[in-house]
Design a protein around this ligand. Structure first.
Ligand SMILES: NC(=O)c1ccc[n+]([C@@H]2O[C@H](COP(=O)([O-])OP(=O)(O)OC[C@H]3O[C@@H](n4cnc5c(N)ncnc54)[C@H](OP(=O)(O)O)[C@@H]3O)[C@@H](O)[C@H]2O)c1
Length: 167
């Protein structure tokens, strides 16, 4: 497979990413950053993440590849796949593709990713979904830290890029 797979995620300090099917920190700058990174590329997501978008609609200007075990699932503008292998096959012709969540899909596809682009919101919130802690995983190394700013509700954030350096 020649496609370079990247993960993109917004985490809290404890790597929490979601609660009750939604995000936990409102951060417009992060949203803009997400759009800049992913527009024009394929995005790979779990069915629950698709449902979390407004109206359950796919993201514009991107190929939306959605994993589900439900053989009858279909949605306009969505390419449905039923296994990880099918998901990887679907993006194999792309130069790069982005894994955009959620927790279940990150866990399964992170081992296939070369890079993880992480927005770190410096706060801790109630969550039911987490991203693996890359700071405790020796196969990941920080490549770049860029100061993001502070959200209107006062949460400082950074953009941190991790690269896979180990097995
Ligand atoms: N902070 C962030 O950056 C960020 C990003 C994305 C999502 N989130 C949050 O994460 C949460 C959603 O994550 P989640 O873990 O609940 O769900 P998810 O990973 O988005 O989706 C899980 C669903 O994907 C399908 N699936 C997963 N693995 C599969 C496989 N190997 N083969 C076939 N289908 C597979 C299943 O769909 P079926 O049930 O249809 O079979 C499964 O229920 C929400 O709170 C969302 O807001 C946060």
């Amino acid at each position: 497979m020649s496609c370079r797979l990247n993960a993109i995620v917004a985490v809290c300090d404890d790597w929490g990413i979601g609660l009750g099917g939604g995000m936990v920190v409102e951060n417009r700058d992060d949203m803009r950053h997400f759009v800049e990174c992913t527009t024009g590329h394929a995005v790979l997501m779990g069915r629950r993440t698709l449902e979390s978008f407004p109206g359950g609609r796919p993201l514009r200007n991107r190929r939306n590849v959605v994993l589900t075990r439900d053989a009858s699932f279909s949605r306009d503008g969505v390419e449905t796949v039923h296994t990880l292998e099918e998901a990887l096959e679907a993006v194999s012709g792309e130069e790069e593709a982005w894994v955009i969540g959620g927790g279940e899909v990150y866990r399964q596809l992170l081992p296939r990713c070369a890079r993880a682009v992480v927005t770190k919101n410096h706060c801790v919130r109630a969550v039911d979904t987490r991203f693996p802690n890359l700071d405790e995983d020796p196969s990941w190394t920080v490549e770049e830290v860029r100061a993001g700013g502070v959200t209107p509700e006062g949460v400082p954030f950074d953009f941190v890029t991790y690269v896979r350096t180990g097995a």
